[in-house]
Design a binder for this molecule. Structure first.
Ligand code: ZN
Ligand code: CU
Length: 484
């Protein structure tokens, strides 16, 4: 009897996510799983897609996102990701998670990146997970719990100081509870003004909850500029102190005076890894970062574009220097007038970024900010940019390696079972794309445009995005939990 499947993608160039060389073949899907890989000549599919040699890869995993709220808003909200081939997003990064935290008023920056108080209604991670189960996202969600979200609650909003032992203990308990409710790890954003008052000891005390759960520690480090080496040492010590694997978020060497220093940071990470410590990092393929606008940190030599402003929404998309000139104000005062606001900061070196991305431990993460009026183009462009610009056009690494950095490697680091690979029995998270034409189209001037060359994206066996048609109504995404 011949095999029958819900879906067969025929004659694809299969890039399986492990880094192995591509091979030509068919992939069969039934329900939410891949059921056959190879020559399925005798099999029949309810639906058959002729790939004609185009690439079929595991759906991409966005290792670093701020999609905590976007995953609750339906298919249109996730179009920016599905149109890149992304099928799973890691939320709760940089110390910012939408749960467990209720806010009576607008949360302090950077928590407001996720929205005003009307969005902060989840008193527990369990409540957030329940909402995701009731009203599913089109993509899979893997969640971290943010230090800052815990701090605001445990310290009653008085966060510009170190937590007391009692407060740290309250945070540790909240984190432990969240991990039993389906969260997978803990994130910090020690660079942000309210959290920079948290000493290493506080972080270790809270992160102690990771040990029993075998959960992961992810960090936007205290300093990505002059003190980047010390910050890596701090991160490694937190990992050792809590027995947990660590992920350094959006690794970079920021500010012109630190350009070139990835030649020091990567060997430091290599040495730790060689000694047996689990340490990895994510990176996005751009030389500009983006976050909330902080007037005390603006610099003349770091061109800055405004991404949103509450009092001056008309300034979104314009350069801060032009706004300052128009207003006849110094840069810092113009920035103050725009608050609360966000910015895009050109503060990295292309060679560092390439060296970091090429490193075998690198995973691709967009760090996209989905609620910005004028977002950094990484929100719409990260994955096709790595595939098209960096792998194909510049030859920075092979297509197989590029895919591995966005799939199999990421799934292994975060402990996502049966995802990130194409093999029998794995979940049918898939993307069909044209390796010859795939490319990002989003730019700093026109940042919200879909990629070219991404043909179709499937999440748990369901078609989620079709080029030229957009997001489908499917909401097949699930909560993905580390090791389960
Ligand atoms: Zn960050
Ligand atoms: Cu981030």
């Amino acid at each position: 009897m011949s095999l029958s499947c819900d879906l067969i993608v025929r004659d694809a160039t299969i890039i399986d996510g492990t880094g192995a060389a591509r091979r030509r073949g068919d992939v069969g899907v039934s329900g939410d799983r891949i059921v056959a890989v190879g020559d399925l000549g005798a099999a029949r599919g309810q639906r058959e897609v002729m790939a004609d040699g185009r690439a079929l890869a595991p759906g991409f995993i966005d290792a670093h996102t701020h999609d905590d709220r976007a995953v609750l808003c339906g298919p249109e909200c996730m179009l920016c990701k599905m149109s890149q081939g992304v099928t799973t997003v890691v939320v709760g990064n940089c110390g910012i998670s939408l749960s467990p935290a209720r806010m009576a008023k607008r949360p302090p920056p950077p928590l407001d990146l996720l929205g005003d108080e009307s969005w902060w209604t989840f008193g527990s991670f369990g409540a957030y997970a329940e909402r995701l189960a009731r009203d599913p996202s089109p993509v899979n969600t893997y969640a971290l719990i943010g230090h800052m979200s815990l701090r605001v609650e445990a310290m009653a909003g008085d966060v510009a100081r170190a937590a007391t032992d009692k407060e740290a203990e309250a945070m540790r308990r909240r984190l432990a509870e969240s991990l039993t409710e389906g969260a997978s790890g803990f994130s910090t954003g020690l660079w942000y003004p309210p959290n920079m008052h948290a000493p290493t000891d506080e972080v270790i005390a809270v992160a102690e909850a990771l040990r029993a759960a075998g959960a992961i520690y992810v960090t936007h480090m205290r300093d990505e500029a002059a003190g980047v080496l010390d910050s890596i040492e701090e991160t490694l010590s937190i990992g050792r102190g809590t027995g947990s694997p660590v992920v350094i978020s959006h690794h970079k060497c920021a500010m012109p005076e630190n350009y070139g220093r990835s030649a020091e940071t990567l060997p430091l990470i290599d040495r730790a890894a060689a000694s047996g410590q689990a340490v990895d990092f994510d990176v996005y393929p751009y030389v500009a970062g983006s976050t909330v606008l902080m007037p005390e940190r603006v610099r003349d030599d770091v061109p800055t574009r405004v991404s949103w402003s509450v009092p001056h929404p008309e300034m979104a998309g314009r350069m801060l220097a032009d706004i300052a000139a128009e207003w006849g104000l110094p840069l810092k005062e113009a920035a103050e007038k725009l608050l609360p606001a966000g910015g895009i900061f050109f503060q990295m070196d292309e060679n560092d970024m390439r060296r970091i991305m090429r490193h075998p431990r690198a995973m691709i993460g967009s760090d996209g900010l989905p609620h910005d009026a004028f977002p950094h183009p990484r929100l719409w462009g990260t994955f096709p940019r790595v595939l098209g610009h960096y792998a194909r056009d510049l030859g920075l690494f092979s297509l197989e390696e590029a895919v591995h950095k966005m799939t199999g490697r990421t799934a292994a680091v975060f402990g996502m079972t049966d995802r990130g690979v194409i093999r029998e029995g794995a979940f049918a998270d898939l993307v069909l794309f044209d390796p010859g034409t795939v490319i990002d189209t989003a730019t700093f001037e026109d940042p919200a445009t879909s990629a070219a060359g991404i043909v179709e994206t499937w999440v748990n066996g369901q078609s989620a995005y079709v080029f030229g048609q957009g997001a489908t109504p499917a909401r097949a995404g699930r909560l993905v939990t580390r090791g389960r």
